[in-house]
Design a binder for this molecule. Structure first.
Ligand SMILES: [Zn+2]
Length: 72
């Protein structure tokens, strides 16, 4: 009976450790993915893919758009 109690206790500890590790992994993933977001300067459309250079909504060029004012 004592041996079963020890097994039960150790299984609970392992489950808690696994849950903590899972939560830490989940937090790291959300922190990384939340930064990958570009907002179109001309129309405000949110582009989630950083590799895209043109806005899908208005066709505005996203690269080299900061600091340069081509439209006047
Ligand atoms: Zn746009």
């Amino acid at each position: 009976m004592d041996f079963e109690e020890i097994v039960c206790y150790s299984q609970t500890v392992i489950l808690i450790v696994l849950a903590i590790g899972y939560l830490v992994n989940l937090r790291n993933k959300t922190d990384v993915s939340s930064k990958v977001e570009i907002k179109c300067p001309s129309c405000g459309y949110i582009i989630k893919d950083q590799n895209v250079q043109y806005c899908a909504k208005c066709g505005n060029m996203l690269s080299h758009s900061e600091g340069l004012s081509l439209e006047k």
